[in-house]
Design a protein around this ligand. Structure first.
Ligand SMILES: Nc1ncnc2c1ncn2[C@@H]1O[C@H](COP(=O)(O)OP(=O)(O)O)[C@@H](O)[C@H]1O
Ligand SMILES: [Mg+2]
Length: 421
């Protein structure tokens, strides 16, 4: 009622998000936010700083490879260390040290990597390198020359380096590290961050022996550690009055069960806040947290499915449609394959081999969307039985959003392949 009597001061006032939950910085709950302190990662930050410290005396630090599952703080810790290093670099005019940050999730080509380094070492009078078009060796020569002219230590941070290697191989890493052997002025160190623990298996032995000088593994957080992280975030965002300590612990416990991923934990907290705001509650209850957990799971599944490659989507669609037709009894790999080929043909792409589709079914099972089980028929052989592990209607809905898959609304298996089984 009071609201109605209030004078309107600004046209936009009533559109501004007001919150009865958040009393501090909303951005402290954003996925990209890096706080000023990172609880339970002090040791790792110090370890990295210790390895990089020689750069402050003009000496080349060892390369570092950092491993750990998603959400364990790898990116945040390295950013934090970079921020601290930059503070020193900014105050020492004669310190020749440069940090180049490359997110290989986005920049995953050799050209892109060279471009990022080359442009970061641009002198005042030099032009930016062309976004595309130069041969790789010309790009490399320019980068090499710039590092030599710079004459100091260049630390190249390659976040998600496993993606670069998977997409474009490791030749650019080899070339960059070779600079240290050929140039006596200007040196380079690489800090590589990888979610994939086995990524070094893909490296050429010559790259492997040069790249891996120091290895640091980040372990998943346990519930107590996640609690401390969430408590900090609750403090910064000013929601402590609106959430009980036991509810923060609940969020932490849920996230700890799920791989000890701090990102998921913060997502869970943020979605809980959003639900409470939407309901105009002044308190985040446990019920809201469970609701947020469900929403988060739905979001993750939908993101996973909608970003699958085309043939995986076709395979999944076939499994879902077969599941619907067979009404409860399991589907065989052969049936899924037949419908898959038909679907592929319908949209005009050539189908992959049964072997590849079996692999894809395996991948979809690893993601927890399908379940596959090998069933033995004694001397008659074996077959893989496939069932759908997640709401089939929902999967179909997500798949139908794909432009190419959308036209397959009514694709059906041929009568022949059904009667055969
Ligand atoms: N020790 C920590 N303290 C505070 N926040 C953290 C901590 N570790 C991770 N986070 C937060 O969790 C999220 C994921 O962390 P991130 O560094 O991106 O993980 P990774 O790079 O290992 O996938 C980020 O929002 C980050 O701020
Ligand atoms: Mg990361």
């Amino acid at each position: 009622m009071l609201m109605m009597q209030k004078e309107v001061h600004n046209l936009f006032e009533k559109f501004q998000v007001s919150s009865n939950i958040i009393k501090g910085e909303r951005q402290a709950l954003d996925p990209g936010f890096i706080p000023d302190r990172l609880p339970h990662r002090e040791k790792e930050a110090e370890q990295i700083a210790g390895i990089l410290a020689p750069a402050l005396d003009g000496k080349r630090p060892s390369n570092i490879i950092i491993f750990g599952k998603p959400g364990v703080g790898k990116t945040s810790v390295v950013r934090f260390v970079e921020r601290e290093a930059s503070r020193i670099i900014d105050t020492r005019f004669n310190l020749k040290m440069k940090i180049v940050d490359i997110n290989c999730g986005v920049v995953d080509s050799s050209y892109g990597v060279l471009l990022s380094i080359g442009n970061a070492l641009l002198g005042d009078w030099e032009d930016k390198l062309p976004f595309t078009g130069w041969p790789l060796d010309k790009m490399f020569n320019v980068v090499n020359e710039r590092i030599t002219n710079f004459g100091g230590i260049v630390i190249v941070v390659m976040d998600e380096i496993d993606r670069l290697v998977r997409k474009s191989g490791d030749s650019v890493i080899y070339q960059l590290l070779r600079i240290n052997e050929t140039s006596s002025k200007g040196k380079i160190s690489i800090v590589g961050i990888s979610n994939d623990l086995r990524f070094t298996d893909y490296l050429d032995p010559r790259v492997k022996s040069r790249l891996i000088e120091e290895t640091i593994v980040f372990h998943p957080y346990n519930a107590t550690q996640i609690y401390d992280i969430l408590r900090d975030r609750s403090l910064f965002s000013g929601i402590l009055e609106s959430i009980d300590d036991s509810s923060i612990r609940l969020c932490a416990a849920i996230a700890a069960q799920d791989q000890g991923d701090a990102r998921r934990a913060i997502d869970l907290l943020r979605i809980s806040v959003e639900i409470a705001e939407m309901k105009q509650f002044s308190k985040i209850t446990d019920d809201i947290i469970y609701e947020a957990k469900q929403k988060l799971e739905r979001d993750i599944v939908s993101e996973t499915i909608s970003t699958l490659p085309l043939h995986s989507k076709l395979t999944l669609l076939s499994a879902v449609l077969m599941d619907d037709i067979k009404k409860g009894s399991k589907t065989t790999m052969g049936e899924v394959y037949d419908l898959y080929s038909k679907a592929a043909q319908r949209i005009g792409v050539s189908s992959l081999t049964p072997r590849r589709i079996a692999d894809i079914v395996g991948e979809l099972s690893n993601l927890g969307i399908l379940e596959s089980q090998v069933q033995s028929f004694g001397r008659y052989g074996r077959t893989t039985m496939i069932s759908v592990n997640y709401d089939p209607g929902r999967i179909k809905e997500i798949l139908m959003n794909d432009e190419m898959i959308g036209i397959l609304q009514d694709v059906k298996p041929s009568q022949k392949s059904l009667t055969e089984s």
